[in-house]
Design a protein around this ligand. Structure first.
Ligand code: HMG
Length: 464
């Protein structure tokens, strides 16, 4: 049985910090954020928003737009790393909010859990729900997978300029209008790592930035190797002499902790794919230098990062490589459109990959590209760490969904925060009743109980 994404809805908070204002305030060159990392704006949650109401807002949008009643939904999963409770799952808060609109107990029949594995958990949630559908367990019902996060780092840290917030709801079923997943090719890698983690009780993560960048690339590459093998075995891709499997993938969507990470991932994968192909000689000639090799090619991530000579030369080679016409063509045709939304919004952790997918659909469609039958490859990464690579094909009725995509209109009128207001929100100095904006047609957080017997209970309201 087929399974895939029928529709996709986003909810992005309207408050944002401008990267130039931010860089100036932190004494960082604004060009580093704009060009070095690809960040122009970071979406910031208001003091009356939390990951549960972001998720509920995305969910409500997808249900209203598709006129879906709770009785049409068999599963509602939320994947997040911004969990509110050690025990109570985030989807239960979402169901509570949706029942304010659809009526008490309207979701009683539904199942679902909160999934956690940093940014990759949304992909595991999609995979598990696709398999629920493929197994024939759905009995004609839809599954909704919501990915919702607030990417928040310590003030003054180098992670602070890679923040963002938002949620994406994906409607899954056995006759998807948008994208049908390729079956039996989904591949994963996993390793116990401490590149980025958030111990219990700590609001912001502990991050080893450069280590996390390299680990991401290595883990995605491992999952990609397994994917390649399966794609050839199942026959979804038939490769000719001198080709790479990437030649047969029309679009690539990567996990985007910041927009330029997509470019880094693309060049990392392409260099490793192209090295053994006849085209490599021509490409290296264009760079005018030999591709550098680390002192210890089988070394650890630490030893590679400590090999300063190699890191410097590799950085230089990579810059030249990304200027070659082969890389540029690949980048423009298969990746560039997926990076646009990320630079406008920032890191959404679990939702970043799917914001990239949404961005690619909208901006490729606007270019007039015919998307039917195009294969999307997804490179999902979660710190801690695990990667998942999978793919899917755009379906004949995709235009029903994509024609109406308009990122700016869907976010609504955005409001730029002063650095003072941003810092007050960041340091939790404002209560829900002291929010900057009033919600409209959306759920907001009203209060969080402090009394010992009800500590942590959250109340939400739907603002008409
Ligand atoms: P950093 O040390 O501040 O920045 O940390 P940098 O020195 O690496 O510079 C960044 C880029 O800007 C470089 O470009 C510089 O050359 C360039 P590249 O060489 O890489 O192409 N640059 C400039 N360009 C123009 N003008 C200038 C200038 N200066 C520098 N003046 C880092 C950056 C991302 C490490 C940091 O922000 C960080 O720690 N972020 C949080 C962790 C993170 O995002 N890691 C990504 C991989 S792990 C992941 O994706 C998982 C995650 O989403 C969590 C999860 O799974 O849950 C984070």
């Amino acid at each position: 049985m087929a399974a895939g994404i029928d529709d996709i809805a986003i909810y992005i908070p309207r408050l944002f910090v401008d990267s130039t204002d931010f860089a100036t305030a932190r004494g960082v060159d604004p060009v580093k954020l704009k060009q070095g990392l690809g960040i122009s704006r970071m979406a910031i949650v208001d003091s009356n928003q939390d990951p549960a109401c972001l998720a509920a807002n995305a969910c409500l949008k997808i249900m209203q737009r598709n006129k879906i009643a709770p009785s049409d939904i068999g599963r509602l999963y939320v994947a997040t790393e911004s969990s509110l409770d050690e025990s109570k799952a985030l989807n239960s808060y979402v169901i509570g909010m949706l029942e304010q609109v659809y009526g008490d107990d309207s979701f009683e029949h539904c199942g679902g859990i909160e999934c956690k594995f940093a940014c990759v958990s949304g992909s595991y949630a999609l995979y598990d729900n696709a398999n629920w559908i493929r197994a024939g367990e759905a009995e004609g019902k839809h599954a909704i997978v919501v990915v919702s996060d607030i990417a928040k780092y310590d003030m003054g840290s180098s992670g602070e300029y890679t923040q963002g917030a938002g949620a994406i709801a994906m409607l899954l079923n056995d006759n998807p209008r948008l994208l049908q997943f390729d079956s039996k090719v989904t591949s994963t890698s996993i390793k116990n790592e401490y590149d980025f983690y958030r111990p219990f009780g700590k609001e912001t993560p502990i991050v080893h930035g450069q280590y996390s960048n390299l680990l991401y690339l290595i883990q995605v590459k491992k999952a990609f190797e397994a994917y390649k093998k399966k794609a050839l075995e199942t026959g979804i891709v038939k490769m000719k002499e001198g080709e790479t499997i990437l030649d047969h993938i029309d679009y690539l969507c990567m996990h985007l902790p910041y927009s330029n990470m997509g470019k880094k991932a693309l060049s990392y994968l392409l260099r490793r794919e192209w090295r053994s192909l006849p085209r490599w000689k021509r490409i290296v000639e264009q760079t005018g230098m030999e591709e550098p090799v680390p002192k210890d090619p089988r070394g650890t991530i630490e030893s590679i990062l400590a090999d300063e000579e190699y890191m410097g030369n590799d950085h230089q080679f990579n810059k030249l490589f990304t200027k070659t016409k082969e890389y540029q063509a690949f980048y423009e045709d298969k990746l560039a459109s997926s990076l646009i939304a990320s630079s406008m919004i920032g890191n959404l952790y679990t939702a970043s990959l799917y914001l990239g997918f949404r961005s690619c659909l909208e901006f490729e469609f606007q270019k007039g590209v015919e998307l039917e039958g195009k294969r999307f490859g997804f490179g999902s990464y979660g710190s801690g760490s695990s990667a998942m690579v999978f793919s899917g094909v755009v379906q004949p009725s995709y235009k029903e969904i994509v024609t109406n995509m308009n990122l700016e209109a869907e976010i609504g009128e955005r409001v730029k925060l002063s650095l003072k207001d941003y810092e007050e929100i960041h340091e939790n100095k404002r209560t829900p009743t002291e929010s900057m904006l009033n919600g409209k047609n959306e759920f907001v957080l009203v209060s969080v109980e402090k009394a010992p017997e009800s500590r942590g209970e959250r109340k939400y309201a739907f603002c008409q």
